[in-house]
Design a protein around this ligand. Structure first.
Ligand code: FMN
Length: 149
């Protein structure tokens, strides 16, 4: 069986970036990740990224090396790299999350004191926040499906 790994890192955008650009990065990443069997989330806010990548060792390593060379961001900080039994973010090849959509109370609960500054997080806090964001998306998606029905 192929070994499954999960990698979490943070970085800061070089220059100024809007929500649309961050969304566009995630959309393009999703297309490439689908081909490589990579899943994850890309959270963005206040010029900072928090991203989780999951997949085979080779796919995640290769993707992270490519991302690390990307001049659009800097100060990459690897928070966690570990073997996992199952994916936490299997539903998305790369889902964008707007950090400002996560309430301040929840950010604080996950270790962010004032605003979205993910490089301050410990690995366990970062994973907790990403899982929380994933659940929020799932709830929103489920309720919009119900409302549309
Ligand atoms: C914050 C951020 C996250 C990214 N996430 C991914 C990703 O998950 N998968 C991916 O293939 N590329 C991702 N990219 C894009 C890569 O860095 C790179 O631009 C793209 O893979 C094309 O690489 P190439 O020009 O070497 O072919 C990301 C870029 C940024 C700035």
């Amino acid at each position: 069986m192929t070994m499954l790994v999960q990698l979490i890192y943070t970085s800061s955008y070089e220059g100024s970036i809007g929500l649309e650009q961050a969304r566009d990065i995630a959309r393009k990443a999703g297309v490439a990740n689908e081909q490589n069997g990579v899943t994850g989330l890309l959270m963005f806010g206040h010029g900072h990224f928090l991203q989780v990548l999951e997949g085979s060792t080779d796919a995640v390593n290769e993707t992270y090396q490519r991302i690390a060379k990307d001049p659009r961001h800097r100060r990459l900080r690897l928070l966690s790299y570990r073997e996992v039994g199952a994916r936490d973010f299997a539903a998305w090849h790369m889902q964008h999350v707007d950090a400002s959509s996560i309430g301040a109370v929840h950010l604080q609960r996950h270790g962010l004191v004032e605003h979205f500054e993910p490089s301050r997080l410990r690995a366990s806090q970062a994973l907790g926040l990403l899982r929380f964001a994933a659940r929020s998306i799932e709830i929103k998606t489920a309720s919009s499906t119900v409302n549309a029905a």
